[in-house]
Design a protein around this ligand. Structure first.
Ligand code: ATP
Ligand code: MG
Length: 363
């Protein structure tokens, strides 16, 4: 059966880097390696210009119906003054919410050829391959009450509320344990149970899920220690699962171990459908629309291509093909090809199209 992909290139470099992924998909289809049906929509500023909203109802329905959504990036100075509810980022928030993608997977992979571009010494990061699993739809980002109260005596009080229910922790823990089984059978769960009730609860639920995965080694780590260990000895980790806030911070720390923003993919997964077992899924590079370099043809397409590789792996079970795409990325880097963001002395600096073509050539 054909697999359906819905592409939302978005704005700025989003359209430039998505074009390279489209070429890869077209080639894979032409070789009979894949059987993807493709549809493309508008998101962010591009949708606002066409329809006056950040994403049209029609495109929203297509996103909900697709096997996987591949998203570029949205935003740019052109849309700084559009009404708040139609700002480009609204498309992203609406897509995440309506797709119900609660599990955000951010791999931090250090390609050997780029080990010197890391914030850490080569020996600490060479061969690094860790996966941060961040809870994306709960916690202090959404918990109520969330307000600033005027106390009337010249003082105010601000409140954010960390809220997690059993099912929310249970399902994100299962994602992490299932992923660990496809990797090194090792999970670190990070929280602050020494000071937070929600941390005590997080640990309790993760441990109880862990009992169903006796083959996976579960380690507890305090989130502050996790931050320290990530820059002290990152290779001790494989899968790390944590809540929305700690995941936001820890995944950014992990990201900087790998070199450039232009290298980092992400996947966001929903709950499996009770009948088909399929998960809604949303794949996007970690970086934004990079207005400063948009239209120049110099953006690094690797994060976008690597996001597509994650789609192959996590939505379609095409593990071998995903590995080949990642190996192709590694091979062009080993050949010395660099886009501007990862440029090093004595390496050949290429544009978006040339980098995309080189990856396709390796494939
Ligand atoms: P957002 O708010 O959407 O996250 P941002 O302003 O935080 O966006 P980006 O748009 O990701 O950040 O850009 C940050 C910097 O990184 C910019 O200087 C941009 O040019 C650079 N950058 C981001 N992505 C790439 C890429 N794929 N290739 C080259 N440079 C990039
Ligand atoms: Mg940003």
């Amino acid at each position: 059966m054909a697999h359906s992909l819905f592409l939302l290139p978005g704005d700025g470099i989003g359209t430039e880097i998505m074009a390279e992924v489209e070429k890869i998909i077209a080639w894979l289809n032409s070789q009979g390696e894949t059987d993807f049906t493709l549809d493309t929509g508008l998101a962010g500023g591009a949708a606002y210009d066409a329809h006056g909203v950040a994403i049209s109802e029609e495109d929203m329905q297509k996103a909900l119906a697709a096997d996987a959504v591949i998203f570029g990036a949205v935003g740019g100075p052109k849309w700084d003054n559009v009404p708040y509810e139609h700002r480009p980022e609204a498309a992203l928030l609406r897509l995440r919410k309506e797709l119900g993608v609660f599990a955000n997977l951010r791999p931090a992979i250090c390609y050997p050829a780029l080990a010197d571009a890391s914030s850490l010494k080569r020996e600490l990061v060479e061969g690094l391959d860790i996966l941060i699993v961040r809870e994306l739809t709960g916690g202090v980002y959404f918990g109520e009450p969330k307000q600033i109260i005027d106390l009337g005596n010249g003082q105010k009080r601000a409140i954010d509320t960390q809220v997690y229910e059993t099912y929310e922790i249970d399902r994100i823990a299962r994602v992490a344990f299932d992923l660990a089984r496809t990797r090194k059978n090792k999970v670190h769960s990070a929280d602050k149970k020494n000071v937070m009730k929600s941390g005590v609860f997080w640990d309790e639920v993760v441990r109880s899920v862990g009992k169903e995965y006796p083959d996976v080694q579960l380690n507890h780590i305090l989130a502050d220690n996790a931050a320290m260990q990530l820059v002290r000895n990152p290779k001790q980790f494989d899968v790390m699962v944590t809540d929305n806030l700690f995941g936001d911070i820890l995944s950014d720390v992990a990201a900087m171990l790998t070199g450039s923003l232009g290298m980092l993919p992400s996947a966001s997964l929903g709950a499996p459908d009770p009948v088909s077992g399929k998960r809604k899924a949303f794949y996007e590079p970690v970086h934004g629309s990079a207005p400063d370099i948009a239209g120049k043809g110099i953006a690094n397409p690797i994060a976008m291509v690597a996001s597509f590789a994650m789609a192959l792996r996590y939505s379609f079970g095409m593990i071998e093909l995903a590995n080949r795409v990642e190996a192709a990325i590694s091979a062009v880097l080993a050949d010395g090809l660099r886009t501007g963001d990862i440029a090093q002395d004595n390496r050949r600096t290429v544009g978006t199209e040339e980098m995309g073509a080189a990856i396709l050539g390796k494939l």
